[in-house]
Design a protein around this ligand. Structure first.
Ligand code: 26Y
Length: 819
C-alpha cells in the first residue's frame, strides 16, 4: 500500500507548491523570478498559516460548543523564537514543504534562517510560557495566552573587544506573517485621575475618572499543537493613543506637540524590559503591567458574558494563571471590574477572584520580588490602591478576629511593606488573590514555603503546591535534533512522538554497541554543525571530537558563570604546567546576555572573552582547550547548541535557581549534567540516576548555614592552592595586559564578600570536572550514560507539566493528540 501513500504525498506537495506560489503572487506581490528569500519566507509562512486556520476555526467553535472552562495564561513574556519549522512540524508537513520548495528551486533551510527570532522575553520564564502555549494546544485545552506585542524584543548583543554592547532588536521590521491584527478588538485602559464616591443606600459606589486613556489593540497568533489538531490563540496587546493627532494643535503649528500624546501612549508597548531578576522599578513597567492585565481581563469577561451571560459563573468557566507577579495587579483590576462595573458585592467578588486566579512563583531572589511604592500606585491607579487597602484591611481584620495579635506576624503578611516608605507587595497580592500558588521545582516549592511566603503559608497551608517545569519536545528534540529523532524513530518506532514516556524503551539499547555507534554518529553531526556556526561567527576552529562543555543562560552572579571561568583557568594552568600530558580535549562554550545595567555580569562576559583570547592564542595549549563565547544567545542559537552539548553546566548556588529548563533540554538531548543540587537538577538526578550525572557543591541548607557564618572567603582561598593560583593570575593581569587592574574589583569581591559561594564550591567543582574527564575517556561508559539521560527524561515534557496544572490547579480536562 505504498503507492497510495506516495500519491497522497505527491498531491500534498503539489498543493503546497500551488499555495506558496499563490501567496507569493497575490499577497507578497512578487513574481517568482524576482522574489528574494524573504519574499519566499513570507509566502511560505502565509501558506502554512492558512493550513492552521481551518483547525483554528474548528477549535474555536469547539471551545464555544463544549462550554468548557477556559484557561488564560497571563505573561509579560513569551520567548517564542522562530515559527516556520515549528508550525510545519506540528502540521506534519516538513518534508512535503521541503519537496514543494525544492521543485521551485528554493531551500527550506535558507528560509528557516531568514525568520527573525521573536524574543518577547528575557529567559526561562518567557520560554516556559512559550513551551506551555504549545503543550496546551497539544493537549486540546481551551487556552488563550495574553501578553504585550512589544515593537522591540530583547536587545541584540554584540561583543566588541570582549565587551557586551546592546542594540535595539527589530523583529517587526519586515512585517509578521503569523499574526492577525484585530483593530476591531480594542479596550480603553485608564491611568491617573481621581475616584468619585457616590452615596447609595447600602454603601457608596465608586467611579474612577482617569486623566489619561490608552487604547489596547489585539493581535492574534494561532498556536498549533502537535499533529495540528487543536489550535489556540496567543493574543498580544499593542498600545495606541485614542486620539493620536491633536489637529488643532497641529494646525497651530506645534507639529511635535500634536503627537506628544501618541508617543506617550505608544511607549507602553514599545519595548520589553530587558532585565530578569533585577529590579525594573520604573513607572513605565507598572504601566505595562496594568495595561495588559486590564485589557486581558476586559477581553475575557466580554467573551465570558457573550457565551454564558452571567458574571456569577466566571470562576466556573475561567481559570487565570499569573506568570509570576508581573500581571498580579490583575487581582485588583478584577475586583474593580466585578464590584464597580458589574455590580457584584465585595465578598462575593473576592470569592470569584480567588477561585479564578492562580499564581506561579519563579524566584526567591529578594531583588526580583516586585513591590511598588504606594504613592506611585496611588497616582497611577488610584482606585486600585483603594481596593488593595481594602483587601488588606479585611485580610488583617480576619486574622485579628482569629486571635493573631503578634504585630511582627501581621506586618509580615500585610500587602503593604512599611519599611522604608510604603510599598505594595505584589507577591502577597498574587498569593492572597489566588486559590493555588505553585513553585516550579520540588526544591523551589519547598523553599517558597519556608522563605518568601513562610507566614502566609502558615495561614493558608493548602495553597502552595509544586508543578515542576517542563519543555516542549517538539521544538527541543524533534526540530532541534532531527538526527537523533530519526535514530529514535528507527529504533523505537513512532510511538514516542505522541507519548514521550515511550522513550523509556531506549534503556535496553544503552549497552548496545551498534546503537551506541549510531548514537555517537548523530551527536557528531550536531557537533560538526555547531563547529561550523562557531567558525562562521567567531572565526575560531573547534574540534568536533573534543568534549563540548556548555553553559548557556542569562548572565547572572547566582548562575556562577564565574565558577566555570575559574575552572577554565585552572585547566589552562594545568596544561601549561604539563604541556605534554595527555588530556581529553575540551571546548568550553558560553553564551548569554547580561542586563544592560548589570555591571558585574558584563564584566564576567569580558573575563570569559579575555580568557578565551589568551587560551585560544597560546601555542602550548594546542587543541587541548578552546574557549568560545557565542554572542547574541537566543532561542535559535540554543537550538543549534543544545543538540551538540556533551556536558551541561547547571552550577548555580544551591537554593537560587528556581528550576532551570536548559538543564532539561540538554539532558533530553543526551548531555550529561554537571550541577549543584538546585532547582530541577534534584529531580533530574532522581530520574537519570546518580551514576549518570555529576553532582557537587554545597546543598541549599548548607549554603544558608555557610552564609550565616560569614562570606569572607580568605580562609577558603588560603586552603586551596589551585584556587589561589587562579585568582592571583586574574588579579595579576594575566588575562588583561592592557588594563592589569580590570579584575581587581572582581577578585576582591569574591575574596571578601563571596555571597554566591564561588570559592566555597571551587574544589568540589574541580573534583567533579575531573570525574567528568575520566568518564569521557571511557567513551562507552559516557555514551551509555548519555543514552540513559534521553531514555529517562521524558518526565520533563511540558505536556506532563501542563497535565498537572490542568488537574491540580485549573480543573480542566486534557486530551492527547492520539485520543
Ligand atoms: C520583576 C522583573 C525585574 C523580572 C523580570 C523577569 C523578574 C524576573 C524575571 C524572570 C525570571 C525568570 O526568568 N525566572 C526563571 O524562570 C524559569 C521558569 O520557571 C526557571 O526555570 C528559572 O530557574 C528562573 O530563574
Amino acid at each position: 500500500n505504498e503507492a497510495p501513500e506516495a500519491e497522497a504525498l505527491n498531491g500534498d506537495i503539489a498543493k503546497l507548491r500551488d499555495a506558496v506560489l499563490e501567496k507569493l503572487t497575490y499577497s507578497v506581490g512578487k513574481d517568482r523570478n524576482a522574489a528574494s528569500e524573504r519574499d519566499w519566507f513570507i509566502a511560505v509562512a502565509l501558506a502554512v498559516r492558512d493550513r492552521m486556520v481551518d483547525n483554528w476555526m474548528t477549535s474555536v467553535r469547539g471551545n464555544y460548543r463544549d462550554n468548557r472552562r477556559r484557561v488564560y495564561y497571563l505573561s509579560l513574556e513569551f520567548l517564542i523564537g522562530r515559527l516556520l519549522v515549528d508550525s510545519l512540524t506540528n502540521l506534519g508537513i516538513v518534508e512535503p514543504m521541503r519537496a514543494a520548495l525544492a521543485s521551485l528551486d528554493v531551500d527550506l533551510e535558507k528560509l528557516r534562517d531568514i525568520e527573525p527570532d521573536a524574543a518577547l522575553g528575557n529567559g526561562g520564564l518567557g520560554r516556559l510560557a512559550a513551551c506551555f502555549m504549545e503543550s496546551m494546544a497539544t493537549l486540546s485545552i481551551a487556552a488563550h495566552g495574553y501578553g504585550i506585542r512589544y515593537d522591540h524584543g530583547l536587545f541584540r548583543q554584540t561583543i566588541a573587544d570582549g565587551w557586551q554592547h546592546e542594540f535595539p532588536e527589530d523583529w517587526l521590521e519586515f512585517g509578521n506573517p503569523w499574526e492577525f491584527p484585530r483593530p476591531e478588538v480594542s479596550y480603553m485602559i485608564g491611568f491617573g485621575g481621581a475616584v468619585e464616591s457616590i452615596p447609595r443606600n447600602s454603601h457608596p459606589a465608586h467611579v474612577w475618572h482617569p486623566s489619561e486613556t490608552v487604547e489596547a489593540v489585539a493581535y492574534d497568533t494561532p498556536v498549533v499543537g502537535w499533529r495540528g489538531k487543536h489550535v489556540n490563540t496567543l493574543r498580544l496587546w499593542s498600545a495606541r493613543a485614542p486620539d493620536p493627532l491633536k489637529l488643532d494643535v497641529f494646525n497651530s503649528g506645534d507639529y511635535v506637540g500634536a503627537l506628544a500624546d501618541q508617543v506617550r501612549a505608544e511607549s507602553i508597548s514599545k519595548i520589553l524590559y530587558p532585565s530578569d531578576s533585577t529590579p525594573a522599578g520604573l513607572e513605565l513597567r507598572l504601566r505595562q503591567e496594568y495595561f495588559f492585565a486590564s485589557a486581558s481581563l476586559q477581553d475575557l469577561i466580554r467573551r465570558h458574558l457573550e457565551q454564558h451571560g452571567d458574571i456569577e459563573l466566571l470562576a466556573d468557566k475561567v481559570a487565570i494563571q499569573l506568570n509570576d507577579t508581573h500581571p498580579s495587579i490583575g487581582v485588583a483590576e478584577l475586583m474593580r471590574l466585578l464590584v464597580d462595573v458589574h455590580g457584584v458585592d465585595w465578598d462575593r467578588a473576592w470569592e470569584i477572584t480567588v477561585a479564578t486566579f492562580s499564581y506561579t512563583n519563579h524566584t526567591l531572589l529578594p531583588e526580583a520580588l516586585e513591590t511598588w511604592p504606594a504613592p506611585l500606585m496611588e497616582r497611577l491607579l488610584p482606585r486600585h490602591m483603594q481596593i488593595i487597602f481594602l483587601i488588606n484591611a479585611k485580610h488583617l481584620d480576619g486574622l485579628r478576629a482569629k486571635g493573631m495579635e503578634d504585630a511582627g506576624k501581621l506586618s509580615a503578611v500585610s500587602l503593604i511593606d512599611e519599611h522604608g516608605g510604603r510599598h505594595v507587595r505584589m507577591g502577597h497580592l498574587a498569593f492572597l488573590g489566588s486559590h493555588k500558588v505553585n513553585g516550579v521545582s520540588g526544591l523551589h516549592s519547598e523553599l517558597v514555603k519556608q522563605t518568601v511566603f513562610r507566614d502566609l503559608h502558615e495561614i493558608f497551608p493548602d495553597r502552595i503546591c509544586n508543578v515542576t517545569n517542563g519543555v516542549t519536545f517538539r521544538r527541543w528534540l524533534y526540530e532541534a535534533n532531527p538526527h537523533l529523532t530519526k535514530l529514535l524513530v528507527e529504533t523505537l518506532g513512532r510511538g514516542f512522538l505522541d507519548d514521550a514516556s515511550q522513550l523509556q524503551k531506549l534503556e535496553p539499547f544503552a549497552d548496545d554497541l551498534d546503537f551506541q555507534a549510531r548514537w555517537a554518529a548523530a551527536k557528531q553531526l550536531n557537533k560538526e554543525h555547531l563547529a561550523s556556526v562557531v567558525a562562521d561567527r567567531l572565526l575560531i576552529k573547534i574540534n568536533p571530537n573534543a568534549l563540548f562543555d556548555v553553559q548557556i543562560k542569562r548572565m547572572h552572579e547566582y548562575k556562577r558563570q564565574l565558577l566555570n571561568i575559574l575552572d577554565t583557568i585552572a585547566l589552562y594552568n594545568e596544561i601549561r604546567a604539563q604541556p605534554m600530558r595527555d588530556m581529553a580535549p575540551r571546548v568550553k562554550i558560553f553564551a548569554g546576555k547580561a542586563a544592560a545595567s548589570y555591571q558585574q555580569a558584563k564584566l564576567i562576559i569580558k573575563l570569559a572573552n579575555d580568557v578565551a583570547r589568551v587560551v585560544n592564542n597560546d601555542p602550548t595549549v594546542r587543541d587541548q582547550l578552546k574557549v568560545v563565547f557565542l554572542p547574541n544567545y537566543n532561542v535559535s542559537l540554543a537550538e543549534a547548541i543544545i543538540p551538540a552539548a556533551d556536558l551541561s553546566e547547571q552550577i548555580s548556588t544551591a537554593g537560587m535557581e528556581a528550576s532551570g529548563t536548559g538543564n532539561m533540554k540538554m539532558a533530553l538531548n543526551g548531555a550529561l549534567t554537571i550541577g549543584t543540587l538546585d532547582g530541577a537538577n534534584v529531580e533530574i538526578r532522581e530520574k537519570v540516576g546518580s551514576e549518570n550525572i555529576f553532582i557537587f557543591g554545597l546543598k541549599a541548607d548548607e549554603v544558608a548555614a555557610r552564609r550565616a557564618r560569614g562570606i569572607d572567603a580568605r580562609e577558603t582561598i588560603a586552603a586551596s592552592p589551585q584556587l589561589r593560583e587562579v585568582l592571583e593570575s586574574i588579579a595579576d593581569g594575566v588575562f588583561s595586559h592592557d588594563d592589569r587592574h580590570r579584575y581587581q574589583g572582581l577578585v576582591d569581591a569574591i575574596t571578601y564578600h563571596d555571597y554566591f559561594l564561588v570559592t566555597a564550591d571551587f574544589d568540589s567543582y574541580r573534583a567533579a570536572q575531573a570525574a567528568v574527564a575520566r568518564r569521557w575517556r571511557d567513551r562507552k561508559s559516557w555514551q551509555r550514560s548519555a543514552i540513559l539521560n534521553t531514555a529517562r527524561t521524558a518526565w520533563f515534557s511540558s505536556d506532563r507539566a501542563i497535565a498537572e496544572y490542568a488537574d491540580q490547579i485549573w480543573n480542566v480536562p486534557v486530551s492527547r493528540p492520539k485520543d
